[in-house]
Design a protein around this ligand. Structure first.
Ligand SMILES: Nc1ncnc2c1ncn2[C@@H]1O[C@H](COP(=O)(O)OP(=O)(O)OP(=O)(O)O)[C@@H](O)[C@H]1O
Ligand SMILES: [Mg+2]
Length: 455
């Protein structure tokens, strides 16, 4: 993979170049912005290391140009002392990361390899998106991960056979989407798809809703009402939260499934039904059967085929696709033109656990698109729980460092707290003064440049 390094300081730039070459990158080194941009236009570099302070053009303008020339290029900003804010500004403008001078070999390697990974991931996503375009299950149903591809294949199969299906999966994983897809791809597609949530209703209400009632069946039944099952004739019914069905209704439902007939409340004759029943739950129904909360015979009737949807965190490949799908969706809804998410936000959104699964991701993107005031969604557009998560991630990353770095930081802290009193510092650290001095030189921990020369 080709990398450009732009730095007016020859020695610093050469160091970066050498380290990257050892890692197998093909590196071109530029000491000014203009010649780099000429080359970039001829043949875009996927990865660029840009020094913020250059003699001819400033680093941020170069970053801007790079993104214009080739949006997918990953830029890493090299900063001198005291320009952390500009560096942060750069990451908001689409830089992938920044690195402080003097650049450490370890950091150079790490950032280059992460940039490379991102580029490869994006290529892979593009490929999948193309593949998906050709092989769209139903519009708006996104899933390119192997797990979802398997489910799409199963949905296609199930659409063609008229069996009951039980969808068991965590909340927000897409159970209703699956049910709608099965219906939409089935020969029943031109007949109704009816959704009924069994949770939170009394038995009487469920009966009346599902089976309808005859005029005068009970006080207040002033006219005949057609129930949902009858209304679904020829089509598909999704019974959601089936685990919440009251026990007596479970018996009635079992009968309906066996006989394929219903009787309206207060009615005297059976009505034949041609409907397909799909049921969904986010409870563990086997467990409910064991506990005696759910009838085993009904469970087997419903569960002719069981379909389980994986949690979103278990199919990370789908996350970038879902993000762009939801950005499109909410751009349209809110008349906005958000182009994507910042690299930092992408890292956070792919690492997050999503207890609320796809619905939670959808809500996060909806909010972020509504709030975004730049082209890319930034960390500040995410809800506070994700911002906290980002901080935690950063802390964790901090902790993963070589022992030497720990030593260096600890010595630096003690020196600062003792105002660079080397006697005191050596006592606290329990190091002979000469050893402390050697470490200070090794890690360049001086109060001033003068001090370094003092030795
Ligand atoms: N694969 C997917 N592609 C696009 N959108 C999805 C996908 N999966 C879920 N969604 C969206 O996420 C939201 C939740 O999906 P859905 O209602 O199907 O989940 P559910 O499993 O039925 O959740 P619950 O158990 O809470 O009822 C919906 O807005 C749906 O459009
Ligand atoms: Mg649902």
């Amino acid at each position: 993979m080709r990398v450009a390094v732009i730095d007016d300081e020859k020695i610093a730039g050469q160091l970066v170049k050498r380290v990257l070459e050892q890692e197998g990158f093909e590196v071109e080194f530029f000491q000014a912005g203009k010649p780099f941009l000429v080359r970039m236009r001829q043949n875009p570099f996927p990865i660029v290391f840009i020094d913020l302070q250059l003699p001819d053009i400033d680093g941020l303008s170069i970053l801007n140009e790079v993104k214009k020339i080739h949006e997918d290029s990953e830029a890493i900003i090299i900063t001198g002392h005291g320009s952390v804010e500009t560096a942060l500004d750069a990451t908001q403008k689409g830089a992938f990361h920044y690195i402080h001078k003097p650049c450490k070999r370890h950091d150079i390697r790490l950032l280059a390899s992460r940039a490379k990974e991102r580029i490869e991931l994006r290529k892979e996503n593009k490929r999948l998106r193309l593949a998906m375009g050709k092989d769209n299950l139903v519009s708006g149903f996104v899933g390119a991960s192997p797990a979802m591809q398997k489910i799409f294949a199963l949905i296609r199969k199930l659409a063609m056979v008229n069996c009951n299906v039980l969808l068991q999966a965590e909340t927000g994983t897409g159970k209703q989407m699956v049910a709608r897809a099965i219906h939409a791809l089935s020969p029943r597609k031109d007949h109704p798809f009816i959704y009924f949530n069994c949770g939170g209703f009394t038995e009487e209400l469920i009966s009346s809703e599902l089976f309808g009632h005859e005029k005068g069946a009970f006080t207040g039944a002033s006219k005949t009402k057609i129930g949902l099952l009858e209304a679904a004739e020829g089509g598909t019914v999704l019974l959601d939260e089936i685990g919440e069905m009251p026990p007596s209704m479970q018996v009635t439902l079992l009968n309906v499934l066996q006989e394929r007939q219903i009787m309206r409340v207060g009615g005297t004759h059976h009505i034949d039904l041609d409907i397909r029943i799909l049921a969904a739950t986010n409870r563990d129904l086997q467990e409910a059967v064991k506990k005696g909360d759910f009838r085993e015979d009904l469970f087997f009737r419903l569960n002719v085929v069981g379909l389980h949807l994986p949690r979103l965190a278990e199919r990370q490949d789908d996350i970038p696709l879902l993000i762009s799908h939801f950005i499109d969706k909410f751009n349209r809804a809110f008349s906005k033109e958000v182009k994507g998410v910042s690299p930092q936000v992408m890292d956070i959104l792919t690492a997050y656990e999503y207890p609320g699964n796809v619905r939670e991701l959808e809500n996060i993107i909806q909010r972020a698109v509504a709030l975004a005031d730049s082209e890319r969604i930034q960390l500040r557009d995410l809800p506070s729980r994700l911002q906290k998560f980002a901080e935690q991630q950063a802390d964790d990353a901090e902790q993963m460092m070589p022992l030497e770095e720990v030593e260096k930081r600890h010595i630096a802290t003690v020196l600062e707290k003792t105002h660079y009193n080397k006697n005191l510092a050596s006592v606290i650290l329990n190091l002979p003064r000469t050893t402390l001095w050697r470490r200070m030189k090794k890690y360049r921990l001086f109060q001033s440049e003068d001090e370094a020369d003092n030795d």
